[in-house]
Ligand binder design. Structure first.
Ligand code: TRH
Length: 385
């Protein structure tokens, strides 16, 4: 990596926010890790500062250019035609096939040597990923080659994003009991709720929240469900019978549902560490739940023709920290099974949670052994130079 440092000084990361927070969530995490752990000068081009601000409150949504945590952030609008070779980074990453400005590409072709060019793809556990990881694609017009880089769950993929200090931070968080209570209290969780079985809920609006709430409500165990503001708003408001703003809470039967603030990205890990079970979604929170070493249920980003069900099954087949019950629950949560019996599904999942938690440590180790995605990506780039 030292050799890499001597030849690599700058990196441009282009991010188009398709929707929600995952695109910018992943890019921001990657940008920070490149800067902090690899001392690379990063410019993050992003087209949606409003979404960015949700996970990083320091963002000024009006600024064309700003520096936050040593990352240069540029509002990506229509800057075509404005580049010269000095503007081009040594490494250019386009996230998820977003088309970077044609003038930027044309200028890349004039650089000597040309920059390393990567298309960073989305995460999938499907088998084909291994075959496509690191494949080259020549530009039809310029002498430039772009490489496809896939995160993933096997050593033949790029691995998962993970910061160097994550495990240590997690350990320190767990070492002192008061850390959890202080954190949850800062989100508005009451003293009584702290002692209940705690669940964080991050899902898409179509999740069967009503059904699971019904089950939890009438169960024997006291449950607190923490819902970041904005998540599944309609169904949550129906339960609360009031606006779902931070601080809103309702108790029905044995279930307390509480709206918490949408926390800055760094604190989201603490939320996952603090809960007994986490419902996560998309890509980034899904990966963080795996590092958190707790049981989790994944709400996968929906795709046309139920393609996401294939992806979900591919993951469930690989994921060793699961049981028949957690798999059945996951399929039902994603509408991939018919007429789910929610009480039965929950009873079985709840019974298996201690075991799943034990297996989660092994899964985490297995993922860790692949190496973190950022280091894997830089090693790949370095080998191509
Ligand atoms: O928000 P997501 O659903 O994002 C995405 C996008 O929809 C994207 O287009 C699609 O490609 C991808 O899913 C599969 O879920 P995700 O990926 O988990 O991103 C959420 C981000 O928000 C993640 O970085 C964690 C962060 N977050 C916070 O910072 N604070 C919070 O309170 C919460 C709940 C999340």
């Amino acid at each position: 990596m030292n050799h890499l440092k001597s030849v690599t000084t700058s990196l441009a990361l282009f991010c188009k926010v398709v929707d929600n927070f995952g695109d910018i969530g992943i890019c921001w995490r990657l940008a920070r890790q490149l800067e902090q752990e690899h001392q690379i000068t990063v410019t993050l081009w992003v087209d949606d500062l409003v979404s960015f601000k949700k996970i990083c409150p320091e963002i000024d949504i009006k600024a064309e250019q700003q520096d936050i945590h040593n990352i240069r952030i540029r509002h990506w609008r229509d800057q075509d035609g404005q580049f010269d070779v000095n503007d081009i980074a040594n490494i250019v990453i386009e996230f998820f096939g977003c088309d970077i400005p044609p003038a930027y590409i044309a200028t890349m072709a004039r650089c000597q040597p040309p920059p390393a060019w990567i298309n960073l793809e989305g995460l999938s556990a499907e088998e084909w990923v291994e075959g496509c990881h690191t494949l080259p694609s020549s530009h039809p017009q310029y002498p430039l080659t772009k490489y496809f880089f896939f995160p993933g769950f096997t050593p033949k993929t790029g691995g998962l994003l993970r910061e160097k200090n994550l495990a240590q931070e997690h350990l320190e968080f767990n070492q002192v009991t008061q850390t959890r209570s202080a954190f949850l209290t800062s989100l508005g969780v009451s003293a009584k709720e702290l002692d209940t079985f705690t669940i964080s809920l991050f899902c898409y609006p179509h999740a069967p929240v009503e059904q699971i709430f019904e089950t939890w409500k009438s169960g024997a165990e006291a449950i607190t469900c923490l819902v970041p503001v904005g998540v599944a708003k309609e169904v949550i408001e129906k339960f609360l019978q009031q606006e779902a703003k931070p601080g809103a809470q309702a108790m029905r039967g044995n279930l307390s549902v509480r709206i918490i603030p949408f926390v800055p990205q760094h604190d989201y890990d603490k939320l996952l560490w603090s809960c007994d079970l986490n419902f996560v979604r998309g890509e980034d929170s899904f990966v963080r739940a795996q590092w958190a070493q707790k049981a989790f249920i994944w709400h996968i980003y929906p795709q046309d023709e139920s393609l996401h069900h294939k992806k979900l099954r591919a993951f469930l087949e690989r994921h060793t920290a699961s049981s028949a019950a957690s798999q059945a629950f996951s399929l039902a949560w994603n509408d991939a099974s018919s007429t789910p019996d929610w009480l039965g599904l929950w009873t079985d999942l709840r019974r298996d949670l201690p075991d799943i938690r034990g297996q989660s440590a092994l899964w985490r180790q297995q993922m860790q052994d692949i190496g973190d995605m950022t280091s894997n990506l830089l090693s790949f780039i370095n080998a191509k130079r």
